[in-house]
Design a protein around this ligand. Structure first.
Ligand SMILES: [Zn+2]
Length: 384
């Protein structure tokens, strides 16, 4: 469900500020994600300045349903400019809730408004899948201190490795979603099979990765969500997440350290060039539209692999390629880009995939082991 705000000020006050985003940029990012879903709001970048300092009425760019749009945070709506295209129709066709779209008061068909929205209207299962995808490759600690890790996220199940079954066991994503709902509804849940199902240890470990979640010792052990605004206690076990300000989940935390790493990696890959090819679509873009993507996630890489800068990372454009790869919609196999069988070819995302699927990836051999990891862990394969 989406709640709409009457003004930008109201939205900025209610949408929790995100690291590296100014209040205006955070309200716009949250609105795009709420109204269009995470795939539509694949990119958000400001013109000529960092997202942290974007003021109201600063132009920002986003890709909404394959169309590059310019956005402004105005007093009552996010104004969207879609040059050469029917703005209202385009946005209405892609909005999860058509009521969010406001036509231009003077009938200019290249402009439309999007009302400020409060939260992401996804099904709980989608939230759970998105959360699990972020956790692939990280070590998760259960309340009893064991280590679990997410090997692969399918469409129905997540494959989890434990000390006892390192090859992995399937856990229904719906069970994780139910645990998330319980925690959000009640604010505190007991980590027992009665409450969280037979994989309660793993689900408890996932709940502990939510910002603000912490362990309440006792019998049984419980996971509690701290009140908003309260700093997470030292018991919080949120793992370090991979940065990506240009990617779909705009609320991903980005620390100063992670930004520095991204900057260093980009500089290395650009090697002084002002423009470069996107490794996936092959198009040439100015450097600021290219993101240094880890082929194998940094969190899953060994120290030696992390230092293997030229092979473990690539430059991918923010106009979809980086997001498609990062979210497992495309992979590279035997030197060729392949698309997931999990989405319909006729869907917007399916058409975007088709634009790059089949292309040869230059210098594949050097990065083969990392692409294999990506295919194994991140790519959206069809479930068996
Ligand atoms: Zn590209």
């Amino acid at each position: 469900m989406v709640t709409y705000f009457g003004s930008r000020e109201e939205a900025e006050a209610s949408i929790s500020s995100q690291a590296a985003l100014s209040p205006a940029a955070a309200a716009v990012a949250a609105t795009l994600a709420a109204v269009f879903g995470r795939d539509a709001a694949a990119t958000l970048s400001p013109v000529n300045q960092p997202l942290a300092s974007v003021q109201p009425r600063t132009a920002m760019h986003a890709v909404i349903g394959e169309l590059r749009c310019t956005l402004y945070a105005d007093p009552t709506v996010v104004n969207v400019l879609t040059p050469g295209s029917d703005a209202e129709g385009h946005l209405r066709a892609r909005a999860l809730d058509g009521n969010a779209i406001v036509p231009h008061p003077k009938g200019n068909r290249f402009y439309a408004g999007v009302r400020y929205a409060a939260r992401i209207p996804t099904r709980p299962d989608d939230d759970a899948e998105l959360l699990l995808r972020r956790l692939v490759g990280l070590r998760l600690h259960t309340v009893s201190g064991s280590v679990n890790s997410v090997l692969h996220v399918g469409s129905r199940d997540v494959v989890v490795a434990t000390t006892r079954s390192p090859e992995g066991q399937r856990v229904p994503i719906a069970d994780v979603a139910a645990g998330l709902e319980l925690l959000h509804d009640r604010g505190i849940v007991e980590v027992t099979p009665d409450v969280l199902g037979y994989r309660s240890a793993f689900i408890g470990a996932v709940l502990l990765t939510i910002p603000g979640a912490r362990i309440v010792e006792g019998s049984p052990v419980r996971v509690e969500l701290a009140d908003e605004g309260e700093a997470p206690g030292p018991e919080s076990r949120a793992p370090e997440l991979v940065p990506g300000p240009f990617q779909g989940d705009l609320d991903r935390p980005v620390t100063a350290k992670q930004r520095r790493e991204q900057q260093r990696l980009r500089q290395f890959l650009l090697a002084g060039r002002a423009d470069a090819n996107c490794a996936l679509c092959g198009e040439v873009y100015p450097a600021r539209f290219l993101w240094a993507s880890h082929i194998k996630r940094r969190s899953a890489a060994t120290p030696d692999e992390i230092r293997d800068l030229g092979r473990i990372a690539m430059l991918a454009c923010v106009f979809g390629c980086d997001a498609l790869f990062e979210d497992g919609y495309v992979a590279v196999q035997a030197g060729v880009i392949i698309g997931t069988p999990a989405v319909a070819g006729s869907s917007a995302i399916g058409r975007r995939i088709a634009e790059i699927a089949g292309r040869k990836f230059e210098a594949y051999e050097a990065s083969e082991q990392y692409f294999e990891w990506h295919y194994e862990h991140i790519f959206r394969r069809q479930d068996p």
